[in-house]
Write a protein that binds this ligand. Structure first.
Ligand code: TYD
Ligand code: MG
Length: 454
């Protein structure tokens, strides 16, 4: 029998190693490598010669089968992120920082689905049932037909699920669950992986949708949600800044819908409220035109969203100037600064640069390049852009502006919110939207000349 070997894995990204080290070679995190209980070897001679093994020709798969019926929760922001409602027998992971509002969101979702006739059970491993009930009271959900269970033992939970046969089970959180067949402590990589595996396979077999809640952890003592990402169909992250009211539910993986879709919520005294028009919310705090402030017409998932970018440029008192970014990629900022310097002759050496995406939003679209460049120049030149202008476009290393997708949708959103002009790259499909004066520019140097007269 093969000797079972000790394994090490990263509790942040789930990479596997044969040796321990202080830093994960895969994701670069420190102190996240942990030892795992060894896998037991299977029964002798089990590797080949199994009698059960089946194959099926791809062409035999019937294509005309109807897609599975989905259930809408009635919360549009949630249904959209799920790709158009809850898919039966699907496994969903909801990750996020502790205290961001995951339990609140899922208790509200559970109540909504239960009211739609989906038999729902909410299993809390973190709070006693009485506490969950108190939260439900605060959220005004006490009348909802949701079943509650407070448990952490996987065997007990599976027995409950087997007996109750719900159509939706919510496990809050996967890190508190433990299986007595795994030797290590609850929250360890082996426990989290084993619990997630058992729960998802059980749910699939029984045709039940399952939601696993996972805390994002920084110190690596407890396995993060990344460990289970590959086992589920849909991965949602609940994001937001603690100081800000609103929260963003983002699909980072979805087998049943577009990834990158977002749902926007506001945390209120009575739970999470949907935000149907996020652009209006993101722009709510904008005052008179200020240097460094630019509105970016972005696309998040399938939806256009207007977001304010703010830049501040100040002489640096230090020998090494600062580059601080919140809500955008710092590597991308370095690239834009380099392009501005070498293609447009606008140096930032000796200047501290701060870039902030207003409201705690995170942007990953390259289409934000031009808006960022615009905010940087505006801050540096102390020259404000007219308030009713939106900007979007990708910048290449040559300084050329590249067209981006969905120009028309971006312009329509801008028009809806009272903007009257837009600056975008030349090329791509032409788009015309009534009430928006579209200025198409070919490269960054002409942009600087036209917009800032430099
Ligand atoms: P919670 O859902 O417990 O977070 P998580 O499960 O992600 O750890 O939310 C905790 C925070 O939300 C807490 O700081 C209080 C706040 N909150 C409200 O502001 N309003 C509410 O109605 C509720 C239930 C919570
Ligand atoms: Mg919680």
């Amino acid at each position: 029998m093969a000797k079972s070997k000790t394994q090490f894995s990263c509790s942040s990204c789930n990479a596997q190693f044969s040796k321990w080290s202080g830093r994960c070679e895969n994701c670069g995190e420190w102190n996240t490598i942990v030892e795992e209980a060894p896998f037991g070897a299977g029964p002798a001679g089990s590797s080949l010669g199994a009698v059960k093994g089946r194959r099926i020709e791809l062409s035999d798969l019937r294509t005309e089968e109807a897609p599975p019926p989905r259930t809408l929760s009635g919360v549009k922001e949630l249904d959209r992120v799920l790709g158009g409602g809850l898919v039966p027998a699907s496994a969903i992971l909801v990750g996020g920082d502790p205290g961001i509002g995951k339990s609140t969101l899922l208790l509200q979702a559970a109540a909504r689905f239960a009211r739609q006739g989906v038999k729902t059970i909410y299993v809390s491993g973190e709070e006693a049932s009485a506490q969950v009930r108190m939260r439900a009271q605060r959220l005004g959900l006490t009348e909802s037909p949701v079943l509650l269970a407070a448990d952490t033992n996987l065997r007990d939970i599976l027995t409950t699920l087997e007996a109750e046969k719900p159509k939706l089970a919510i496990i809050d959180s996967i890190q508190t669950m433990w299986s007595d067949s795994v030797a290590s402590a609850p929250g360890s990589v082996s426990q989290v992986r084993a619990a997630a595996h058992e729960l998802t396979t059980f749910a699939k077999r029984k045709g039940m949708a399952i939601v696993l809640v996972g805390h994002v952890t920084k110190d690596g003592q407890i396995a993060g949600p990344r460990v289970v990402e590959h086992m589920v169909d849909t991965v949602l992250y609940f994001e937001g800044e603690r100081g800000h009211q609103f929260r963003i539910l983002r699909a980072v993986k979805n087998r049943f819908g577009p990834a990158d879709e977002i749902g926007v919520f506001e945390m209120t005294g009575r739970g999470l409220a949907e935000v149907a028009n996020p652009s209006a919310l993101f722009l709510a705090d904008r005052g008179a035109p200020t240097p460094g402030s630019v509105v970016f017409a972005g696309i998040e998932g399938t939806r256009p969203v207007l977001i304010e970018l703010q830049a501040l440029v100040a002489p640096s008192p230090h020998s090494q100037s600062r580059r601080t970014v919140v809500g955008w990629d710092s590597g991308r900022l370095a690239m834009i600064l380099a392009v501005l310097e070498s293609r447009c002759g606008i140096p930032f050496a000796g200047l501290d640069v701060y870039l902030n995406v207003a409201g705690g939003m995170k942007i990953s679209e390259p289409a934000a390049d031009l808006a960022v460049a615009c905010a940087l120049i505006s801050a540096r030149e102390d020259s404000a852009l007219p308030a009713e202008t939106v900007v979007f476009g990708e910048i290449s290393l040559s300084g050329a502006l590249r067209s981006v997708s969905q120009t028309e949708n971006r312009l329509k959103e801008a028009q809806k919110l009272g903007f009257t002009s837009a600056i975008a790259p030349k090329g791509g499909k032409s788009a015309k939207v009534e009430g928006i004066n579209l200025n198409r520019i070919g490269d960054l140097a002409s942009f600087v000349g036209e917009v800032f007269g430099a």
